[in-house]
Design a protein around this ligand. Structure first.
Ligand code: NAD
Length: 348
């Protein structure tokens, strides 16, 4: 097997090399993101391994097919960047890493919440400037506050349990409530969750039906001063409505690890060129907003698991083993009545 690793980052390279020791595949690392143009780099490779930010549109997939690629091994759980119908049309198998560390992302959501609430990032910056004033840094106790968790899958469950440990009341909403969590959280309607939560955290996939779940109406239903944390997907929030809510002073804080228009911005160093995205630039002007560049997954444990699972996925493909990590288009699932992973459509 020859593997072309696209969007290869220094932070993951050694984990992939270590995981490959058990297989000794020929692995070539390309820093370039996958796109219709760069797909041609994969000429002569059997597999393209892709990052969450890679473009796997129909055009890219057609070019990968022409290059001879038979397998897309995603180094992510999410696959909303993959045109699955096109992949099937070109006979390209798509595999992903559905679960690598729910703790990494859940703990990161907590980190965003704590920093934003207690303003530790601003406090540290002040102290480094020799400004030891603590004016304007007042936060609130999380103890006995109400936290709303939307999406109680792997990550949402861990987040809910951490919040319980802080002594919070946890409300939850999920289209498939988890009976095992019922004793710990109170499942409720979305509206009740919005109306009663001091903090709302998003842990559901981006799907056509969840796009802009948090819209102007949702912001109007939220408690004034509520905190919104999003480590899910940028498209879950209508950014224009978020900006309006911030301008109206309705939100106490927004901690965002994801953004609707990440492409070409997140994972890139734009410090010398600046931002072309005016919406993101506007968001960055709000002191109660904290944005990070999609790094919820960025722990050693998660990277190791991603690397191991990616190599195992590739090996299973080579050995023609059935693989629960294979993803299918909705059309394929309907036709074959498969209960495959796309039925739950987890995307990370
Ligand atoms: P999961 O599949 O285990 O859980 C998702 C939950 O969302 C499920 O319980 C599902 O029933 C629920 N859900 C689906 N559609 C819904 C809807 N319309 N309304 C309410 N609930 C709905 O997924 P997970 O592993 O917990 O990951 C959650 C999300 O976290 C991913 O989809 C991804 O977008 C994001 N993620 C982000 C990072 C990061 O680095 N920031 C890393 C991994 C995952």
């Amino acid at each position: 097997m020859k593997i072309a690793v696209f969007s290869s980052h220094a932070f993951e390279k050694n984990f992939l090399i270590a995981a490959n020791a058990a297989y000794s595949y020929e692995m070539v690392f390309f820093e370039a993101a996958l796109s219709p143009q760069t797909a041609l780099l994969a000429k002569g490779f059997d597999c393209a391994s892709c990052f969450v930010s890679d473009d796997l549109s129909a055009e890219t997939l057609e070019n990968l097919h022409r290059a001879g690629v038979k397998l897309i091994a995603l180094r992510s759980a999410g696959y909303n960047n993959v045109d699955l119908e096109a992949a099937e049309r070109w006979g390209i198998t798509v595999v992903r890493v559905p679960a690598y560390s729910p703790h990494a992302v859940a703990e990161y959501a907590v980190a965003l919440l704590l920093s934003l609430n207690r303003k530790t990032h601003r406090a540290a910056a002040r102290v480094h400037e020799m400004n030891f004033s603590i004016e304007g840094l007042v936060g609130f106790d999380l103890f006995q506050k109400t936290v709303g968790v939307i999406g109680t899958g792997r990550i949402g469950t861990v987040f809910a349990k951490i919040m319980k440990g802080f002594g919070c009341r946890v409300l939850a909403y999920d289209i498939q409530p988890d009976p095992a969590l019922a004793g710990e959280v109170e499942y409720t309607s979305l509206e009740q969750l919005y109306r009663n939560s001091d903090v709302i955290s998003l842990h559901l996939p981006l799907l056509p039906e969840t796009r802009h779940l948090i819209d102007e109406k949702a912001f109007q239903q939220m408690k004034p001063g509520a905190f919104l944390i999003n480590t899910g997907r940028g498209g879950l929030i209508d950014t224009a409505a978020l900006i309006l809510a911030l301008k109206r002073g309705r939100l106490g804080g927004a901690g965002l690890d994801v953004y609707e228009e990440e492409e070409g911005v997140f994972f890139c160093d734009l410090s010398a060129t600046g931002l072309k995205d005016d919406v993101l630039a506007r968001l960055l002007t709000f002191p109660q907003v904290m944005i990070t560049s999609h790094q919820g997954f960025l722990t050693r444990e998660a990277l190791q698991n991603i690397a191991k699972s990616t190599l195992k996925n590739i090996s299973d493909f080579e050995s023609k083993n059935e693989n629960p990590n294979q993803v299918f288009s909705k059309t394929h699932l309907v036709k074959s009545k498969l209960p495959g992973p796309a039925a739950t459509l987890s995307r990370a």
